[in-house]
Design a protein around this ligand. Structure first.
Ligand code: FMN
Length: 193
């Protein structure tokens, strides 16, 4: 079992990366593999096509996805939004039913608005959202500050353990013959007719 973690920050080793690394500790403890893909810096350099293609490739061996973003102007980073718009355009079917979680890192404010925007990509695509014991956020301007945010760290650790539990539950369900729900033909209306 493997979790693909996406860092939507322009800073490869900043606060968002630090928070994802805390989740990773619990995944490892639960016997789940993981990878952190630094997406924000690549999109910022104009490499959006490449990094989306790499993520689509990585999804072939992925059982769950966690997306992390810094808060920029009380919203997710522009880089992660561009990435997710493209990723969902290309790999909606591969992502469907995959457990997912989002986390946000901020100096001070805008985290819940950020999580709201990110969670909607998953909700649109029938992906079970994995939660923690509070909203999934850490606070800090630098990694050292995130490491002082005791509550934020606990939220990340709880999220990691909950993700392990969900993944193992899904695996046990598959072994017991629980099938994914069947899809109906999509009804797609607009406001004109
Ligand atoms: C362009 C920009 C906009 C930001 N806007 C906010 C904001 O609205 N609210 C906030 O609390 N922090 C804001 N910050 C601070 C970052 O969200 C915060 O330092 C975050 O933890 C950085 O994560 P990173 O190191 O992974 O990039 C902003 C930072 C940048 C670069």
């Amino acid at each position: 079992m493997k979790v693909l973690m996406i860092n939507g920050s322009r800073r490869d080793n900043g606060c968002t990366y630090t928070a994802l690394s805390e989740i990773a500790k619990e995944l490892t403890a639960g016997g789940v593999e993981w990878e952190i893909m630094n997406v924000g810096s690549r999109v910022n350099k104009g490499e959006v096509n490449d990094v989306v293609n790499e993520a689509v490739e990585a999804l072939k061996t992925t059982d769950a996805i966690i997306v992390g973003s810094p808060v920029y102007y009380a919203s997710p980073s522009g880089e992660i939004l561009m990435f997710l718009d493209r990723l969902f355009g290309k790999a909606e079917a591969e992502l469907r039913f995959m457990p997912a979680a989002t986390i946000a890192s901020a100096r001070r404010g805008g985290t819940t608005a950020t999580l709201d925007v990110l969670n909607k990509y998953f909700m649109y695509n029938q992906m079970p959202l994995v939660a923690s014991r509070y909203w999934n956020m850490v606070h800090g301007s630098a990694p050292e500050q995130v490491l002082q945010d005791e509550e934020g760290l606990q939220i990340m650790h709880t999220l990691g353990r909950n993700m392990v539990w969900i993944l193992k539950s899904i695996e046990a369900g598959k072994k017991a013959g629980v099938a994914q729900p069947e899809a109906e033909t999509k009804v797609f209306t607009n406001f004109i007719r």
